[in-house]
Design a protein around this ligand. Structure first.
Ligand SMILES: Cc1cc2nc3c(=O)[nH]c(=O)nc-3n(C[C@H](O)[C@H](O)[C@H](O)COP(=O)(O)OP(=O)(O)OC[C@H]3O[C@@H](n4cnc5c(N)ncnc54)[C@H](O)[C@@H]3O)c2cc1C
Length: 290
């Protein structure tokens, strides 16, 4: 199916894009990599009158280490994140997650800003973004603000971004050296989207878990932190028994999706299983560096 008719403008700067968005309001949509927007336009689930192409705005490009934090521009593609040597060394959970998005064509065009703003329930990034306690930076006519990852994903396809705001970058305080990490995913075989994806970050102190953060995506309308599992394991040795019993709480308080891709019961079992697997792999990686 073809999309309905739309006008097209290319914004040259971030201020241009913000002004165009403020002028056209709900009738306009930002275009980044187009790998979520164009499919939904073809299905006529979105019928914007104007596409504002932000794809060449230099302020939204690039990966920088500014000492305290690593900043990843909204237009950074999934493949660029997967390949970046600094991210692979300092934030391997994010680089690995990016390498698992869709196929190479999708990774070469799709951007982290577009993926986070779109907030597909089956998107990969939210698991890592939650586990890393990243901040999302947004800019609009009222200025710039930082949104903690835990407050960003609100519901299915819904984030804390205001309609007149542009996601400009993702900021991450790199986890301590020697941390362990894992991203475990059960992918939809056709699209690569996550039926369930679990991102885990573990810090050990003399073999005892001093910090653990778990983000889960795909299994519910919105990604979540598995805080009950984290609390059960902080201060403990991450042996198989402790992890097995704690991982059962991964779905506590969450209403799981129940659709043609998998029943809620199936998702429950997969989520608990992948949580177990991700914690054990992250613990092994952390132990290997001690
Ligand atoms: C075949 C296929 C397989 C895929 N498989 C996966 C997968 O396995 N895992 C996965 O996570 N994703 C997958 N995706 C989605 C892919 O990651 C998209 O690239 C991503 O979701 C959207 O990024 P984009 O740059 O293409 O954004 P666009 O499609 O250009 O935009 C998406 C939405 O975000 C808005 N937007 C874009 N940039 C900004 C910004 N900076 N600020 C505010 N709003 C903005 C747009 O207006 C639009 O509403 C797949 C897509 C396809 C087509």
């Amino acid at each position: 199916m073809n999309p309905s008719t739309f006008a097209y403008e290319r914004a040259e700067t971030l201020d241009d894009a913000i002004a165009l968005l403020a002028e056209h309001g709900d009738s306009a949509k930002l275009l980044a990599g187009g790998h979520s927007l164009l499919p939904i336009m073809k299905l006529r689930l979105a019928e914007p009158e104007l596409l504002i192409d932000i794809g060449r705005i230099s302020e939204l490009q690039g990966i920088r280490d500014d000492g305290a934090e690593i900043a990843i521009g909204a237009l950074t593609t999934h493949q660029a994140i997967a390949d970046d040597p600094m991210l692979r060394e300092r934030v391997p959970l994010l680089a690995d997650t990016a390498s698992r998005v869709g196929d190479r064509q999708v990774r070469n065009r799709g951007t982290i800003g577009g993926a986070l703003a779109h907030a597909d329930a089956a998107a990969d990034y939210p698991a890592a973004i939650l586990a890393l306690e990243a901040s999302i930076v947004a800019k609009g006519p009222q200025g710039e603000r930082r949104i903690p990852a835990g407050e960003f994903f609100l519901d299915f396809l819904t984030t804390a971004l205001q309609p007149d705001e542009i996601l400009t970058e993702v900021r991450i305080a790199a986890p301590p050296q020697g941390h362990g990490w894992s991203y475990q995913k059960l992918a939809n075989q056709a699209s690569g989207y996550a039926l369930v994806g679990v991102g885990v970050l573990v810090v050990l102190d003399n073999g005892v878990c001093s910090d653990i953060r778990i983000g889960i995506t795909g299994a519910a309308p919105v990604a979540w932190r598995a805080r009950a599992v984290e609390s059960a394991l902080r201060g403990r040795t991450l042996d198989a028994n402790a992890v097995n019993s704690a991982a059962a709480a991964a779905i506590d308080g969450v209403e799981l999706l129940d659709d043609l891709h998998g029943s809620a019961e199936y998702r429950r079992r997969v989520t608990q299983g992948l949580t177990r697997r991700a914690i054990l792999q992250a613990a092994e990686r952390a132990a290997g560096t001690q």
